[in-house]
Design a protein around this ligand. Structure first.
Ligand code: ADP
Length: 605
C-alpha cells in the first residue's frame, strides 16, 4: 500500500523530463544578456541552479538529464573552442568535469530529499486513511484535553463534525454518563492524561450524543507520545455496543427470572460444579439439607454428607456426570428414612439436581400394594373355596335331572335346567376371577426373554380343535421378536385374543385371523386382527373392564378375558387397545417391552 501511495504522489514523467530538458536552455538564455558583464565568471552558476531546481522537481534522473544537457550547451556555446567540443583551454575540461561531478551530487541529494518528502507524505496519507476507515470512533486530543482530530465514526456517534469539535474540550464533545443513573463519569482521557497509562472505564457507560441519543459505549484511552517519548496528547477510542448490551440485558433478565423461579419453587434444586462443590442451593434444598447456602457454597458435597457416599445418589450422580447423560431415579435415604425423587442434569459447569421428597407418596403406594395383595389373596381364597360347593351343587342337580327326567313335567324340568346352566355359568365366572386375580402371582421374569413365536405356537396347538371346527385360518405375518416378560403372561394374551377372534366371528363367515408385530421404541406391538362382528366405537372402552360383556348367554364367556389381558400388559407398562369397525372386524393391539440383544441370545439357546 505504501508503494502504491508513493507512486500516486509522484509527478507525471512527461512534466518531469520536460522541465529537465527546458531548464538548461532557460539557464543559458538567462545568462546570455549578462555575458558581456560576467565574461568567463559564473560560467556554470545558472546551469547549476537549473540542475538543482530540476532535481528538486523531478528527482535524480531529471537532475542528471539537466546536468548533461547543461554541460553540452556550455561546452558548445559558452566556452571558446575552435572545433566542435574541442576546447581551447585544457583547464576548461577540468571545470566542466567539476561541474558534472557537483551537479550529479546535487541531483542525487535533491532526489533523495524529494523522495523522503514524498515518503513522509505517503505515510501521513496512509495514517489518515487508516484513521478514517477504522470502524471504531477515534478522537485525539492535546495535553489540554482539546480535540485535535476525530474520524468519521466519531463524528457519527457524537453528532459533531471534526471542524466543529476542533479545539473544544473533549468532555463537551464526547459526553459520557453512567448507564442507568445518567450520572456524569470521568472521561477516559482524564484518566490517561493523569496516569499516562492505557485504560477504559470499568462500569457500563452511555454516550449522550449532540442530538440527545443515548448510546451504550465501550471505550478506552491511550496516551500519544512525541518522538522523544514525551506525552503529547491522548487518543480516545469508543464504539456503539447497543446490540451487545441489549443481548446482555436479555440474558440478565432471563437469569433473574429463572433464579426467582428457583427461589420460589417448593422442589429442591441445587448445582454442583465439576469438583462436586455446591455452587447454588435454593431455599427448598436448604430446608431438605438442613443447612443454609452460605454453609454449603464452595464445599464438597461428599465431604459435607459422607453418609451419601456409596448410595444410589452417589452412584447415579457420578454416572450422570461421567456419561454426560441426565438421570432420574427414586431413592430411600436410609439414615433419615425419607424417599426422594431425583433428577440430575449434567452440563459443562457440573450437575444440576432437582429433588422432591416423596415419602408420603411412597407410604401410600406401599399401603395400596399391601391392600391390593390382601384383596387378591382374599378373592383367590374366596373363589377357590366357592368352587367345591358349587361343583357339588351342579353335580347333584345333574344327577337329579337324570333320575327324575321322566317323572317331571315341562316346567319343573326347565327349573332344573336353569339351575344347572346357572351353576355352570357361575363356575366360569369363578374361573375367570381366579385367572384375573392370579395375574400378579406370576412373576415378570425379565431375565429370560420369551420367544413370542413359540408362545403363539403353543396357543394355536391348544386351540386347534376350535380352529378346525370353525374352519378358521390363522396366519402370522413377519417376525415375532422376543419380549421381556413371563411366558405364562404372553400365552394368556394370545389365548384370550385368539379365542375371542374365533368366538366373535360373523355367522356364516369363516374366521380369518392375522397376527403381526412391529417394534416401537423399546416395545413390541403385537396385532391380532380378525374379520368378525367388530365392536361399536361407543363400547370400545367398556370391554376392557372386568365382567363387561356386549352379549348375552348366547355367546359363552365370563367377561374377564380382556380385563385379564389389560392387567397383564400394564404390569409391564405396556398397553392394550382396539381398532374396530362393526361388521368388518377388529384388531386388538398389545405392547410388551422387547428383550435386549443379550437376553434375546439367552432366549434362543
Ligand atoms: P368374554 O369374551 O368372556 O365375554 P372378554 O373380556 O374376552 O370376555 O371380552 C369382553 C367383550 O368384548 C366380549 O363380551 C365381546 O363383546 C367383546 N369382544 C372381545 N373380543 C372381541 C372380538 N374379537 N370381536 C368382537 N367383540 C369382541
Amino acid at each position: 500500500m505504501e508503494n502504491t501511495l508513493l507512486k500516486s504522489t509522484q509527478r507525471n514523467p512527461w512534466t518531469r523530463y520536460g522541465v529537465a530538458v527546458v531548464a538548461p536552455f532557460l539557464a543559458l538564455l538567462l545568462r546570455m544578456p549578462l555575458a558581456p558583464f560576467l565574461g568567463n565568471k559564473g560560467l556554470y552558476t545558472f546551469s547549476f541552479i537549473a540542475t538543482a531546481a530540476s532535481a528538486m522537481y523531478g528527482g535524480f534522473n531529471a537532475g542528471a538529464v539537466t546536468t548533461l544537457i547543461s554541460a553540452f550547451l556550455i561546452a558548445t556555446f559558452v566556452i571558446p573552442s575552435q572545433k566542435f567540443l574541442v576546447l581551447d583551454d585544457p583547464n576548461d575540461y577540468l571545470t566542466l568535469a567539476m561541474f558534472l561531478g557537483s551537479s550529479a551530487t546535487v541531483s542525487y541529494l535533491a532526489g533523495r530529499m524529494v523522495d523522503a518528502r514524498k515518503h513522509e507524505r505517503a505515510i501521513r496519507l496512509i495514517l489518515q486513511q487508516t484513521l478514517l476507515s477504522i470502524g471504531d470512533a477515534v478522537v485525539s486530543t492535546d495535553l489540554n484535553k482539546r480535540v485535535r482530530l476525530m474520524n468519521r465514526a466519531a463524528e457519527q456517534l457524537t453528532g459533531w463534525t471534526q471542524a466543529e469539535a476542533k479545539g473544544k474540550r473533549i468532555s463537551d464533545v464526547v459526553h459520557i454518563v453512567a448507564e442507568g443513573t445518567q450520572a456524569p463519569v470521568e472521561n477516559p482521557i482524564d484518566l490517561v492524561l493523569a496516569t499516562g497509562r492505557i485504560g477504559g472505564l470499568p462500569q457500563h457507560t452511555e454516550l449522550i450524543s449532540r442530538d440527545g441519543r443515548r448510546i451504550p459505549l465501550d471505550d478506552s484511552g491511550a496516551p500519544v507520545c512525541d518522538e522523544n517519548g514525551m506525552m503529547a496528547g491522548a487518543v480516545l477510542v469508543f464504539r456503539d455496543i447497543s446490540d451487545r448490551r441489549a443481548a446482555e440485558k436479555r440474558l440478565e433478565a432471563a437469569e433473574i427470572r429463572s433464579r426467582t423461579i428457583l427461589e420460589s419453587i417448593s422442589d429442591s434444586f441445587l448445582q454442583l460444579d465439576r469438583d462436586w462443590r455446591f455452587s447454588y442451593v435454593n431455599p427448598a434444598a436448604e430446608k431438605t439439607l438442613s443447612r443454609t447456602s452460605q454453609q454449603l457454597l464452595g464445599r464438597n458435597c461428599w465431604t459435607e454428607y459422607p453418609d451419601l457416599v456409596g448410595t444410589a445418589i452417589d452412584i447415579n450422580c457420578k454416572k450422570a456426570m461421567a456419561g454426560n447423560q441426565p438421570i432420574w431415579f427414586e431413592t430411600l435415604d436410609e439414615k433419615r428414612k425419607r424417599w426422594f425423587d431425583i433428577a440430575a442434569y449434567p452440563s459443562q459447569d457440573g450437575l444440576s439436581i432437582y429433588f422432591r421428597e416423596i415419602t408420603d407418596r411412597k407410604r401410600t403406594e406401599q399401603s395400596l400394594k399391601h391392600l391390593n395383595e390382601d384383596l387378591t389373596q382374599f378373592t383367590y381364597a374366596a373363589t377357590h373355596d366357592l368352587r367345591e360347593p358349587l361343583r357339588t351343587m351342579s353335580l347333584n342337580a345333574e344327577l337329579l335331572q337324570r333320575a327324575l327326567d321322566t317323572q317331571l313335567d315341562e316346567r319343573k324340568r326347565a327349573y332344573l335346567t336353569n339351575l344347572i346352566t346357572g351353576a355352570h355359568r357361575m363356575a366360569r365366572l369363578i374361573d375367570g376371577l381366579l385367572q384375573y386375580s392370579g395375574v400378579n402371582d406370576v412373576p415378570e421374569v425379565h431375565a429370560r426373554p420369551v420367544d413370542t413365536g413359540n408362545a403363539l405356537r403353543e396357543v394355536l396347538e391348544s386351540l386347534q380343535v376350535t380352529i378346525n371346527e370353525n374352519n378358521a385360518v390363522v396366519t402370522v405375518h413377519g417376525e415375532l421378536p422376543p419380549v421381556a416378560a413371563n411366558h405364562v403372561h404372553v400365552t394368556q394374551l394370545f389365548q384370550n385374543l385368539i379365542a375371542n377372534a374365533l368366538k366373535y366371528s360373523r355367522p356364516g363367515v369363516p374366521p380369518e385371523i392375522r397376527i403381526s408385530a412391529q417394534q416401537q421404541d423399546s416395545y413390541l406391538v403385537v396385532a391380532v386382527a380378525d374379520n368378525g362382528i367388530g365392536v361399536a366405537a361407543e363400547h370400545q372402552d367398556r370391554i376392557f373392564a372386568p365382567f363387561k360383556r356386549l352379549h348375552g348367554p348366547e355367546i359363552s364367556g365370563a367377561g374377564i378375558g380382556l380385563a385379564t389381558c389389560k392387567r397383564i400388559v400394564e404390569r409391564y407398562q405396556g398397553r392394550l387397545w382396539i381398532e374396530s369397525e362393526p361388521g368388518k372386524g377388529s384388531t386388538f393391539y398389545f405392547s410388551l417391552p422387547t428383550a435386549t440383544r443379550s437376553s434375546a441370545a439367552t432366549a434362543s439357546r
